[in-house]
Structures are given as structure tokens and as C-alpha cells.
Design a protein around this ligand. Structure first.
Ligand code: 5CA
Ligand code: ZN
Length: 412
């Protein structure tokens, strides 16, 4: 699938610091020091509605990871998926009397535009579930033959993963079995499906149903892929057996990333699948998680149509720490506009305090688990001192602008 257009990222003097990130599996901040290229897989959209600010915040989080790795001299191998076939897409298309393919294509195109506007560096591979179906079917067959999966004998052709096929199930989310059982049905799982060996076993392949799209699955028979195996296979195919970062919002902690890791680890015999499982907090509105099913959405495209500067949207979203669940408010956007205006005036000043010190401070704050509030505070101090009339280095305003552009993705 086509990715979106990139833009030039300014080169900064010197070299950035190694990035430390919180890993949900180890529940602590650890250095992410890829040996050569940094490999990152981020769970992308299910395109049945427009990109909302929650999606944007998550994409910006991993954009910052990419920017930090690059600044530290690491090339980056970045893959993102589009879940362009799944139940929510079919349900929305049926509700609106629309062709699911048309819906998916339209919303994916809009997502690309939003990503470009927000200056998200595009992934090297932007991959749809549909185009990956033959590869996914192959891997489900391997799991079946290997005894890690089983087919229900009710004639549906549905294939499930046996979670006892990995001794590690649960290591990624650190949830108790009770917690898993509670969350599983809320996030697409079907614990009560008759014939499963364990209520938590996730679906790998859904046999063809009347009125639903299906694809030939070779020995599996016609059907379509389950959700977790989609991400495991795309990541394995394009990034190899072990990746540095598996990313997404914290709604994917369980079962999605737990099951994806279990699939991948069983297929490769290597664990852990990801060195870091990184989860962005949920952006909410009026105290509730912003979600398509709740209908409390603020769309990036809507704000853009209202002529809101995408850089203000980006700045508003990074004013909170990426890991914290946080609420979107109009005040946040107003504050971001004011900050952007202050930064722009400071960048246009004839001189300012040391740009090199500011750069070092921003690098240090971001290297510590992407402390964007700390980085923004450092930039604010520099901008305030500059606007207060401090004379100093005539090169500093240009370096300030380059710093916030390269590391924060804020083009002044
Ligand atoms: N296609 C799957 C991932 S394979 C999916 O979760 N799609 S999604 O459209 O629901 O979400 C796309 C990305 O945005 C995921 O990484 C998800 O975790 C994240 N996300 C969804 N809602 C929010 C929210 N309210 N705040 C922050 N991130 C969110
Ligand atoms: Zn995913």
C-alpha cells in the first residue's frame, strides 16, 4: 500500500543521545539501543472512520521515537499496518450501506493527508491486511501443523491459537488471568465461543461466511485473517524475527500485543518478539476515551478544515507525556497556539541565548522516555529569554527552529 509523502528533516549539529523507553513487558524504562538500524512496528488504523486526535497522538509518539533514533545516528526501519479488513469495518459499511472497500480506501486516504499535515515521517512500508492475506494464511497453516493452533469442529472453518502453545502468555501485559478474562471480550475477543480449548484463545482465521468477504486460504479453506496474526506476520515479514519496538496505544496492551507476540514467538522460536512494547496513553474527551464506538471524536481533518494550524495540534498533543491518558480540551489548543506564536517570534529574533545548550537540553529530555513536557519547558525558557531581549548568539534562533523541527516535528 502506498505510504504518505515525507518532508525534509533538518540535520542537527553533533549527535543525539541514546533513547530510553518504557517497556510494558518489563514495566520499566530501559535503553533502546538498536545495534544498527532501529526496527519499529506500529499498529495503524482500522479505516472505518476519520483519524481522531487519539490516533494522531499515538502516531506522533512513534514519530518522536523515529526522530530520536535518527538524531542518534541510527537508520530506522519502520513498518505500519492498516487493518483494512475486520469486523468493525464491515459493520460500519453495512450500517451506512456503503461498500467496505470504498470506505476503507477513503478513510485511509484521509489518514495519509492528516499524517502529512502533522509532519509524521512516513513508514518505509505501509501495509494492508488484505494484501498480506496469502502470507498470513501460510503462517496460520504452519501454526496448525505445529500443533499450536486448532480448527473448531463446528463446520465454520475457524482456526484458533492455543495459548498454552507458549509458556510466556501474559508476560507482555503483566495481567492476571482474571484481568485478561475481563478485558478480552471488551476488545474483540470471544471467550464464550463453544469448542475453544481456552476462553482466551484468539482467532487466527475466520472461515468464510455467507455475505462476508473471504479469500482463498489454501489448505485452511476460504476465509479471512484474525487481527493479532495480521500484525505478527506483517512485522515478521518486513522486519525479521525480533524487533526493537512494538508500538500502539495502551488499548492494545491486551489482548492484541500479547497475542501478536505469542504468535510471532511460536513461529520463530525466539523471545521476546519485541525488545520494547511501547504504549501511548489514551486521548479522551469529556472524561471518556476517544473512540469510534463512543462517538466522542475530534477529527484531525475537521480541525484542518477549520484552518487550525496542524503544528498547534501537534504541539497540544505533545504538551502531555505520551504515556499518560489525557483529555483533549479547547484550552489545550489555545495554549498551543500561544506557544507556537511565541516560538515563532523568538525564532525570528536577531539573537538569543545559547542554541547549543537548548539543543542539548531538548535532546536530554526526549532521550528520557520522550519527556515532551520537559522538552517544551526548555524551549519555552529559551523563547522567553529571547523575547525578553537577551542579546547573545545570532545563530541561536536558527538553531532553535531547527531543533524543534528535527526533534519535535514542529515547523515554525
Ligand atoms: N488497526 C488496529 C491496530 S492493528 C487499531 O487498533 N486500529 S484503531 O484505528 O482503533 O487505532 C489505531 C491506533 O491508534 C492504534 O495504535 C490504537 O492503539 C491508537 N488509538 C486508538 N484510540 C486511541 C485514543 N483514544 N488515544 C490514543 N491512541 C488511540
Ligand atoms: Zn496491530
Amino acid at each position: 500500500m502506498e505510504s504518505w509523502a515525507g518532508h525534509e528533516v533538518p540535520r542537527l549539529p553533533g549527535r543525539g543521545e541514546p533513547l530510553a523507553l518504557y517497556d510494558s513487558a518489563r514495566q520499566a524504562v530501559h535503553p533502546s539501543e538498536p545495534a544498527d538500524a532501529g526496527s519499529m512496528y506500529v499498529c495503524g488504523i482500522t479505516p472505518y472512520d476519520a483519524t481522531h486526535l487519539g490516533h494522531a497522538a499515538t502516531m506522533i509518539t512513534f514519530d518522536l521515537v523515529q526522530r530520536m533514533w535518527r538524531d542518534a545516528g541510527r537508520p530506522v526501519r519502520y513498518v505500519q499496518n492498516v487493518t483494512d479488513i475486520d469486523d468493525p469495518l464491515l459493520e460500519r459499511a453495512a450500517r451506512d450501506g456503503e461498500d467496505w472497500v470504498v470506505l476503507a480506501m477513503r478513510e485511509t486516504a484521509l489518514f495519509r493527508e492528516d499524517m502529512e499535515a502533522l509532519r509524521i515521517i512516513p513508514p518505509a512500508h505501509y501495509v494492508g491486511a488484505v494484501e498480506s492475506i496469502p502470507d498470513i494464511a501460510d503462517k496460520v497453516e504452519v501454526l496448525l501443523k505445529d500443533g499450536a493452533a486448532y480448527r473448531l469442529d463446528d463446520g465454520t472453518g475457524d482456526v484458533y491459537f492455543d495459548i498454552s502453545a507458549t509458556p510466556r502468555f501474559g508476560y507482555e501485559s503483566n495481567l492476571t488471568r482474571e484481568q485478561m478474562l475481563e478485558i478480552f471480550p471488551e476488545r474483540g475477543g470471544d471467550p464464550d465461543r463453544a469448542g475453544k480449548r481456552d476462553p482466551l484463545d484468539p482467532l487466527l482465521w475466520r472461515g468464510a461466511r455467507e455475505g462476508e468477504p473471504s479469500w482463498p486460504g489454501g489448505e485452511l479453506g476460504p476465509g479471512r485473517p484474525g487481527w493479532h496474526i495480521e500484525c505478527a506476520v506483517i512485522a515478521l515479514n518486513l522486519l525479521g524475527d525480533r524487533i526493537d519496538v512494538q508500538g500502539g496505544g495502551n488499548d492494545l496492551l491486551f489482548p492484541h500485543h500479547e497475542a501478536s507476540a505469542a504468535h510471532a514467538e511460536r513461529l520463530t522460536g525466539q523471545a521476546p518478539f519485541a525488545e520494547h512494547y511501547v504504549h501511548a496513553g489514551m486521548i479522551g474527551l469529556d472524561g471518556e476515551k476517544m473512540s469510534k464506538s463512543r462517538g466522542n471524536l475530534v477529527f484531525v481533518s475537521r480541525l484542518r478544515a477549520d484552518k487550525v494550524d496542524p503544528m498547534a495540534i501537534r504541539l497540544a498533543l505533545i504538551s502531555g507525556h505520551y504515556r499518560s491518558d489525557r483529555t483533549w480540551t479547547d484550552d489545550l489548543l489555545t495554549a498551543a497556539h500561544e506557544r507556537l506564536d511565541r516560538w515563532r517570534r523568538a525564532a525570528a529574533a536577531p539573537a538569543g541565548p545559547s542554541g547549543a545548550e537548548l539543543l542539548a537540553e531538548v535532546r536530554a529530555r526526549l532521550a528520557d522516555d520522550l519527556d515532551t513536557p520537559g522538552a517544551l519547558a526548555a524551549a519555552d525558557r529559551w523563547a522567553d529569554a529571547t523575547l525578553a531581549g537577551t542579546t547573545g548568539d545570532p545563530e541561536a534562533p536558527a538553531l532553535f527552529a531547527k531543533t524543534v523541527d528535527a526533534l519535535l516535528g514542529i515547523r515554525l
